[in-house]
Write a protein that binds this ligand. Structure first.
Ligand SMILES: Nc1nc2c(ncn2[C@@H]2O[C@H](COP(=O)(O)OP(=O)(O)OP(=O)(O)O)[C@@H](O)[C@H]2O)c(=O)[nH]1
Ligand SMILES: [Mg+2]
Length: 414
């Protein structure tokens, strides 16, 4: 059964920022729709002062109750986080399941988590969120009733027993440690192989996975709902000239991702912070693309990735008229305009990646047989670290950039 949701978008008046109440309401609608729920109705509340008991004023809560009944909604979702007590009080007042922003996002995450680490992290975040909310009696019962806010890898384990939940949290932390250790070992191996890594980052739904698929023609899941990708996905890709690179897909960003969730989803973002180049994929057809762009930069800063070079990829140009694209090109002179779906502009992107990585140096280590010894001359002298003759040939170790590597291998093969 599809639940009908009543959305309450709250804007605290003293907090001024670039996201207008309408932008926030629009984002809430997108998030709620991506959980597969119907929207019964919505209201935007401009809040002058936080009421500790209900978050909103008592009168507002009563107003919402009326609207909820009129629209026959089964769930109320707030665009802000509520304290456990506020959530319980509102729920008792309105009489239906009440969720806040963190729970909404957790629900979406739970829905899309695929790999082992993503699932463990979602369950951990859910349990940690639930623990301080177990005091009241009403709240958990409604939470266990199924539907939005109760889904997730640990769905069956959400029992009314704090001790067991604590134990489960400990166990999850242990398991995560092990998964992390494995991931770290993998990354080490990758770095020692010195394959340059290119991470696709961007706001949720920007088209990162579609672009990765277009580039590698692999079949990663891409979909119209938000947050389709929750686990690090990497693909080997060969640039023209056969330079191997690693393309990393990452989790979609969101404005003001609750902090404890940033922690929980670092797994994929960490990958981005170790990349050599970031492709920032932006859905240029979206009405608030500019604000989304800033939101992404803010998160990149938070995860320590702000010094990595970025190529801005302006996606979904197939949805815009040519005149509009021409104007945007003036604003983004360095940007690559493309359509991941139609395949426009892909070649330009590949060239840009190549250009950016051209100064990337890696080890060249090999044995040159006697008839190939002259190839050493192709390498700059100061980049040769070791040369020693062996069985009539030469053992060679050098640091080379992409162009030199390419030229060297061409001659070696030819
Ligand atoms: N019209 C159009 N739609 C696109 C284009 N690229 C992607 N899309 C659509 O945008 C939606 C989101 O694409 P995804 O590739 O899943 O987006 P994502 O950035 O990976 O999203 P998350 O993993 O949720 O962060 C899908 O419905 C795609 O079909 C494009 O160039 N043009
Ligand atoms: Mg994706």
């Amino acid at each position: 059964m599809r639940e009908r949701v009543f959305i309450v978008t709250v804007v605290e008046e003293r907090k001024r920022d670039i996201w207008t109440p309408r932008d926030r309401a629009e984002e809430m609608r997108e998030l709620v729709s991506s959980t597969g729920c119907d929207i019964g109705g919505e209201t935007i509340v401009k809040l002058r002062e936080v009421n500790p008991r209900y978050y909103l004023g008592k009168g507002k809560v009563e107003e919402i109750k009326e609207k909820v009944q009129e629209t026959d909604s089964q769930v109320v979702i707030f665009s802000q986080d509520l304290s456990p007590a506020q959530q319980l009080n509102i729920e008792e007042e309105i009489g239906i399941k009440t969720l806040d922003r963190t729970q909404l996002i957790l629900d979406i995450f739970a829905h899309h988590a695929r790999g082992a680490e993503g699932k463990l992290q979602v369950e951990l975040a859910q349990l940690r969120y639930l623990l301080p909310r177990l005091k009241g009696k009403g709240i958990l019962l409604s939470r266990l009733g199924g539907g939005i806010g109760t889904r997730g890898p640990g769905e069956k384990k959400l029992e009314i027993d704090r001790r067991r939940i604590r134990k489960r949290i400990e166990k999850l932390l242990e398991e995560l440690k092990e998964v992390k250790r494995r991931r770290f070992a993998l990354r080490k191996r990758r770095q020692s192989n010195e394959i340059p890594a290119v991470a696709l980052v961007g706001y949720t739904n920007a088209g990162k996975t579609t672009l990765l698929n277009r580039l590698t023609k692999s079949n990663q899941l891409s979909s119209d709902s938000m947050f389709t990708t929750l686990d690090p996905v990497s693909r080997i890709y060969y640039l023209p000239g056969r330079q191997k690179i690693l393309l990393l897909d990452t989790v979609g960003f969101l404005n003001e991702l609750p902090h404890h969730l940033i922690e929980a989803f670092k797994a994929t973002l960490e990958e981005a912070s170790s990349a050599n180049l970031i492709l920032h994929v932006l859905d240029i057809s979206h009405p608030v693309y500019k604000k989304r762009e800033f939101a992404v930069y803010k998160v990149l800063e938070e995860i320590g990735a702000k010094d990595i070079p970025v190529v801005t990829v302006l996606n979904k140009i197939d949805l815009l008229p040519k005149e509009r694209i021409d104007i945007l090109k003036v604003s983004y002179p360095q940007g690559v305009f493309l359509s991941a779906i139609k395949g426009y502009g892909i070649e330009e992107l590949v060239n840009r990646i190549k250009e950016f990585l051209s100064s990337y140096e890696s080890w060249l280590q090999l044995y040159l047989p006697r008839d190939k010894i002259h190839l050493v001359k192709l390498l700059p002298r100061d980049k040769i670290i070791e040369l020693c003759s062996k069985n009539g040939g030469l053992y060679l170790r050098a640091r080379v950039n992409l162009a030199t590597r390419e030229k060297f291998y061409q001659k070696l093969r030819g």
